[in-house]
Design a protein around this ligand. Structure first.
Ligand SMILES: [Fe+2]
Ligand SMILES: [Fe+2]
Length: 247
């Protein structure tokens, strides 16, 4: 009987995991939609192999006590967008906390989960930054859907291209916007969206070192390394470090 495309994909994946010395089973959230999460997983012919419980040899190994910049270097996708946004914010003369917020605003898209990225990103950094910074990161994704002419912020053209001209934010987003509008830190958050570059220049190179000072002053790097302190978001950093652990 011919294999369906799903079965073929699963067979290919199975073959790939055989090349590793450990069995990798992807988290449901990575595969939901590509496969029906209600279906049982294909049998793992373990042949004496153990399940992945640590470093995945397909990824670069991270230092034992990883810093924020180590995550940028070894686990996050290309960071030109946030680096250029942070540089623009600095050029526009905003305070340093906002420069940091611009540098971190999309780290969840870059290295963790896309959907609701403002909320995930805020949660990741919350134990290590001022409350104002994480609040602004959390709400930037909501504010981006709503224009504010007084800050020169228009609804992004790229959103029309990406989501269609008839896209309307869901009611919970509208409500989150209404609340953010009334908040004392509205401006901080609005300034992320103002400095958020939609079309960044691929030829402009901004290095992380440009923000060593800002991060040093405003990001409380744990001495045990991100993931190995006991903060409320340490587990999220560990998951980014070791994304394929079985448990
Ligand atoms: Fe964003
Ligand atoms: Fe962004």
């Amino acid at each position: 009987m011919a294999m369906t495309s799903l079965e073929r994909a699963e067979a290919a994946e199975h073959a790939m995991s055989q090349e590793l010395d450990r069995i990798v089973v992807k988290s449901v959230i990575y595969t939901s939609g590509d496969r029906d999460p209600r279906q049982p997983l294909p049998p793992q012919q373990s042949q004496g192999k153990l399940y992945m419980m640590g470093h995945d040899s397909r990824l670069p190994r991270m230092p034992e006590k990883p810093t924020l910049f180590d995550f940028f270097k070894y686990r996050f996708g290309p960071s030109a967008h946030v680096l250029q946004s942070a540089r623009l914010a600095r050029k526009n003369g905003v305070n340093e906390k906002i420069v940091l917020a611009c540098l971190l605003h999309d780290i969840s898209v870059m290295g963790f989960i896309r959907g609701d990225h403002g909320y995930w990103g805020a949660q990741l950094v919350e134990p290590y930054v001022d409350e104002e910074v994480s609040w602004a990161i959390r709400h930037h994704q909501v504010l981006r859907f709503f224009a504010d002419e007084s800050y020169g912020y228009k609804y992004p053209d790229s959103y029309i291209r990406l989501f269609g001209a008839d896209y309307v934010p869901e009611p919970h987003i509208q409500e989150a916007y209404r609340r953010a509008r009334e908040h004392k830190w509205y401006e901080t958050c609005r300034l992320i969206t103002v400095n958020d570059l939609y079309a960044f220049d691929p030829n402009v190179k901004v290095g992380l070192e440009e923000f060593t000072d800002v991060v040093g002053r405003h990001f409380r790097q744990p001495k045990e390394g991100l993931g190995f302190d006991q903060s409320p978001s340490a587990h999220m950093w560990r998951t980014i470090n070791h994304p394929t652990k079985y448990l």
